[in-house]
Design a protein around this ligand. Structure first.
Ligand code: ADP
Ligand code: MG
Length: 242
């Protein structure tokens, strides 16, 4: 079984606040796993540990063959394999869509201008925005900017994509177009670990749901657990969320 992401007994504290308390889970190649749970349950922290934006205190994380917990890890290579998209899209306002997308590949992979433009066209097609290649971020809607941010991650050809509540800063009428892009990627076999509060979306796209509560996995299974929770905590969570 080829695991792209593997958490073994992962612990993480911030000062005296214990946020992850022995997290164990794997994401197989091509699998889509959704992390759900109340605010403060440790979802973003777990995601950030995958990319070593946070360093864990105890346990082990491996991602695409990289031992993330190893202090000598090659971060540049880890981050080529992991694409991460946050709630805030953080595009550079003074760069065009093409320049935003090709900045990292041109630096890291040393590709020339023509190749870079072709790459930008290719990943923009994946998010349905080919015609915006020469636009500046401020000329795009929030949903379009978030789709460019996804395209920018795809341009590094990651092995796994991490999404952290990527629609929660958007107006409700713009969330659908972003979720659709993620769903398309899932259907094409992209391995994904995503944090979302869109329960219907999680049920539709995820092979497996992980409900986090107080830094641990409280309940996990297929989307069936959303319809038929076994714990009082998940029942109460979906009761308010659905
Ligand atoms: P979630 O994404 O599930 O809402 P987070 O992982 O963001 O939860 O946060 C879990 C807890 O850790 C929260 O209480 C949060 O305030 C705290 N926390 C997160 N990041 C930091 C940090 N860098 N320093 C201190 N506390 C943090
Ligand atoms: Mg969060």
């Amino acid at each position: 079984m080829s695991h792209i992401v593997s958490f073994k007994d992962v612990h993480k504290s911030f000062g005296t606040l214990s946020v992850l308390k022995g997290l164990n889970f794997d994401v197989a190649k091509g699998e889509v796993v959704a992390l759900i749970g109340r605010s403060g349950s440790g979802k973003s922290t777990a995601l950030r540990c995958v990319d070593r934006l946070e360093v864990i205190d105890r346990g082990e994380i491996s991602v695409c063959g990289h031992r993330v917990s190893d202090p000598k890890i090659n971060l540049r290579r880890l981050r080529q394999d992991v694409g991460i998209v946050f709630q805030s899209y953080n595009l550079f306002p003074h760069l065009t869509v093409e320049q935003n997308i090709t900045l990292a590949p041109r630096w890291v992979k040393k590709i020339d201008r023509n190749k870079a433009r072709n790459l930008a066209q290719e990943v923009l097609a994946q998010v349905g925005l080919e015609e915006k290649i020469d636009y500046y971020p401020e000329q795009l809607s929030g949903g379009q900017q978030q789709r460019v941010a996804i395209a920018r991650s795809l341009a590094m050809r990651p092995q796994v994509m991490l999404f952290d509540e990527v629609t929660s800063a958007l107006d409700p009428e713009l969330t659908g177009e972003v979720l659709k892009v993620i769903e398309d990627l899932a259907r094409k076999g992209m391995t994904m670990l995503l944090v979302t509060h869109e329960m219907a979306f999680a049920a539709r796209v995820a092979n497996r749901i992980i409900f986090m509560h107080q830094g641990q996995i409280h309940e996990t299974g297929t989307s069936e657990i959303l319809r038929n929770p076994s714990t009082a905590e998940l029942r109460s969570f979906v009761g308010t969320g659905l």
